[in-house]
Design a protein around this ligand. Structure first.
Ligand code: SF4
Ligand code: SF4
Length: 227
């Protein structure tokens, strides 16, 4: 999932200052799961903004709220059509992808980012998210037992471990597991330790084509136009 975290209230207040009528828009998928922009966070943010507004005494924003199932998917944005007529800007609590889909769908409507998009990750423990994939465009997980060397190794090296690993921890911090020791143990468990002995040539990350676009295999299969 895409992990994001809410921007500081002061930054949000600076952003919304030029606009009178705002819709705080939540996303019911990733932003909800990571506690950055679901229905509850939308409501909490609007309450915090109202309190700050009352304290300042010189702000008169009108704040409304709504949460769609997914901001990054056009099919869930239709309910917004009737709402955008009454507002001056959307304060979007979704990842940067969701915000851009909103901006494309409503070209005349300013879209303000209420969260910072952090990374693609998974939950490590309650309320803690760890990066798991950097979308490098050339997945190596088959070679590394399903553990990503780019995000789990601090240096992102493809032929680890480096000389700094000690007692299974990374030399950068003894609180961090060494990604390559995790890979070793995983390959050992799978009976695939020979993969540790291979040499993987360096990668030139600058050759990864951008912008990235993935065409759905389903569309290819049905012969639909993919352009
Ligand atoms: S190798 Fe790592 S960063 Fe690259 S696609 Fe696979 S999981 Fe993502
Ligand atoms: S100690 Fe392990 S995780 Fe840290 S940089 Fe070296 S190989 Fe990567």
């Amino acid at each position: 999932m895409i992990v994001s975290e809410r921007k500081p209230l002061a930054e949000i207040r600076r952003m919304i200052a030029p606009y009178q009528r705002l819709l705080t828009l939540g996303c019911g998928t990733c932003a909800t799961v990571c506690g950055a922009g679901g229905e509850r966070e939308v409501s909490f943010l609007n309450s915090a903004l109202r309190v700050a507004q009352a304290k300042s005494g010189n702000e008169t924003h009108t704040l409304s709220e709504y949460t769609v199932k997914r901001q990054c998917d056009l099919e869930f944005l239709d309910p917004l059509v009737e709402k955008v007529g009454d507002i001056d800007a959307i304060l979007a609590l979704s990842c940067g992808i969701g915000m851009q889909v909103i901006a494309e769908r409503f070209p005349d409507m300013p879209v303000l980012p209420g969260v910072n998009t952090s990374f693609m990750g998974a939950v490590d423990e309650y309320g803690v998210w760890d990066e798991r994939c950097a979308a490098c465009g050339d997945c190596r997980l088959e070679e590394t037992g399903g553990i990503c060397p780019i995000t789990r190794c601090t240096k992102g090296i493809l032929n680890g471990p480096c000389a700094g690993t000690k007692d299974g921890k990374c030399e950068v911090s003894k609180d961090m597991d060494c990604g390559w020791i995790l890979i070793y143990k995983r390959l050992e468990g799978l009976g695939q330790l020979e993969k540790m002995r291979r040499y993987y040539p360096p990668r030139n990350f600058r050759t990864i084509p951008r912008p990235k676009r993935i065409i759905s295999q389903a569309n290819i299969d049905t012969g639909e136009d993919n352009d």
